[in-house]
Write a protein of this length. Structure first.
Length: 264
């Protein structure tokens, strides 16, 4: 899937950092409210960072990997020596189908982008749970009570084309965010394109297709209105993540660690 990296030496340096990558998660939910503050919804944010300490190469005047253009989304100094280098960021929304008051209003109140996910949802069932739209309700096998919407995912450019680093980080994120998954949804879009290129079909269409292939490689499938979904009950996602681990040479380190929470 991924293209060969243009700088093999840099690629090797970056892949060597994988064992030091840390995933950070935070979320926000209101106790009471409605619309954007609907207590049945929770906004979440995630980032992947590498903590960097000075080494002998820096002392010898050699630029460290994290100072090379495109290797970081941002860099934060932790103390006099350590740096926190952010390589991945994502955000989204968790919807509790049992407790959300009005999913249509909750999504529309947040943004136009979130409102595009409204077609995924139906009415309430006899137990008070918000359902998926009829055709999805019959198609999805997972029995969870949460729908997870992925709003944006961004990986620092230099980490792309390394065999699935971005996809693996996304999968790790889903493992911890998706506590009781019914469905995971995303609207694939090439967020890196500037306004001019977004209006240029010759640039936009190939970029959109590339993004869609990335999500397809994680087990997502087109659903409705350009939305793509992943059913946590089937093994496509789990198998895709296993292949990425193997291609990155992480399978031996991970051993028999299973994707139990949730099984995707």
């Amino acid at each position: 899937m991924a293209a060969l990296h243009s700088d093999p030496d840099l690629a090797q340096q970056l892949l060597a950092q994988l064992e030091w990558v840390e995933l950070h998660l935070k979320n926000h939910a209101n106790l009471v409210g409605g619309g954007e503050t609907d207590p049945g919804t929770s906004d979440w944010w995630a980032s992947a960072t590498v903590r960097v300490l000075p080494d002998e190469d820096e002392a010898d005047g050699i630029n460290p990997w994290h100072e090379i253009e495109g290797t970081a989304l941002s860099t934060k100094r932790l103390d006099e020596e350590a740096l926190d280098v952010t390589i991945f960021e994502a955000n989204g929304l968790t919807v509790d189908l049992q407790h959300v008051k009005n999913i249509h209003v909750a999504l529309d109140a947040r943004s136009e982008d979130y409102a595009k996910f409204i077609p995924l949802f139906g009415s309430r069932d006899q137990f008070g749970f918000v359902t998926l739209r009829d055709d999805l309700e019959d198609e999805v096998d997972s029995l969870g009570s949460h729908v997870f919407i992925i709003d944006r995912v961004q990986l620092a450019p230099a980490w792309r084309g390394l065999g699935g680093v971005g996809r693996l980080l996304t999968a790790r994120l889903l493992r911890w965010v998706c506590a009781d998954p019914r469905l995971v949804a995303v609207l694939p879009f090439p967020i890196d394109l500037d306004r001019a290129l977004l209006e240029d079909d010759s640039a936009f269409e190939p970029a959109l297709e590339k993004v869609r292939r990335t999500w397809a490689a994680l087990g997502f499938q087109p659903a409705i209105d350009q939305l793509w979904i992943m059913d946590p009950a089937i093994g496509t996602h789990h198998n895709a993540v296993t292949q990425i681990e193997q291609s990155l040479g992480l399978s031996n380190e991970l051993g028999k660690e299973a994707h139990h929470v949730p099984e995707m």
